[in-house]
Design a protein around this ligand. Structure first.
Ligand SMILES: C[S@@+](CC[C@H](N)C(=O)[O-])C[C@H]1O[C@@H](n2cnc3c(N)ncnc32)[C@H](O)[C@@H]1O
Length: 237
């Protein structure tokens, strides 16, 4: 395993198992306060949806950070994965994991950039797209989600911060004051962003984009987080 140089590659946000007894959380203090995030549960949930057919799926991970979702999914086996993130630091970390993790990951590709990168893929190229931790960092989240929807043939998972104080019977996006500081590695970069006020507004947006079958995976007002899963096709989720 290559030595991990925290001065050049930075602290980790994603806690990813690299090899027996070695995780990225052993290589640095957490990037954000006192917390690492781990993607094993969501990978397990996706495996439960797809079962053995997961091995045939092409997966898009939007704003992928160090690539935790794709590495955890690849432990089960996927056909291919593409992740992009606007910050080069996170993509360098993803590339470090790809070189050092104890499973073959040649089927994964990571790129620094934003939603424009999607124009290089055919419509409905991906079976599954992860829109995790990004909706509430975007100036035009519906516009960006539409680009992702156009490239997705089966399922989109949106995991987002939300505003629990706004009346969710009136589905809405609520203005959110966003730090766009590039040096804050987890924020957006556009200086404008929106919180959904619950799952209903996300269901309506996703249905409009061609994903009418949906369910709420969880909603936690204490940490102001929810996740919805939406499908183009019936009886998949
Ligand atoms: C809260 S983190 C979520 C990371 C990851 N998706 C996850 O679920 O753990 C937000 C990520 O979005 C990235 N990001 C912010 N704005 C972006 C944009 N316009 N395009 C691509 N990535 C962006 C940040 O660099 C950061 O890695």
């Amino acid at each position: 395993m290559e030595e991990y140089n925290v001065d050049s590659l930075g602290k980790w946000h994603h806690d990813i198992a690299i090899a027996d007894g070695v995780r990225t959380s052993h290589l640095s203090a957490p990037y954000n306060g006192n917390a690492f995030v781990c993607k094993e549960k969501i990978a397990n949930d996706i495996k439960n949806i797809y079962g053995d057919s997961l091995k045939d799926k092409k997966v898009l991970d939007v704003a992928c950070n160090a690539g935790g979702h794709l590495f955890e999914l690849n432990r089960f086996g996927i056909k291919s994965g593409f992740g992009f993130d606007v910050r080069s630091l996170w993509i360098q970390q993803a590339n470090w994991v790809q070189r050092n993790i104890d499973i073959p990951c040649d089927n994964l590709l990571f790129a620094q950039g934003s939603f424009d990168l999607l124009k290089h893929f055919a419509d409905r190229h991906f079976h599954l797209s992860l829109f995790n931790g990004i909706f509430y960092h975007l100036a035009n989240p519906i516009n960006e989600l539409e680009k992702v929807a156009n490239k997705t043939s089966e399922i989109i998972i949106v995991n987002t911060a939300y505003d629990p104080n706004s009346n969710c019977n009136n589905p809405a996006l609520v203005y959110k004051n966003e730090s766009s500081a590039l040096e804050h590695g987890l924020s957006g970069v556009e200086g404008l962003s929106w919180h959904p006020n619950g799952e209903q507004v996300l269901f309506k947006i996703l249905a409009h984009l061609g994903f009418p079958y949906n369910k709420l995976s969880f909603k936690n007002p204490d940490n102001r987080r929810l996740e919805v899963i939406a499908s183009r096709v019936p009886d998949l989720i």
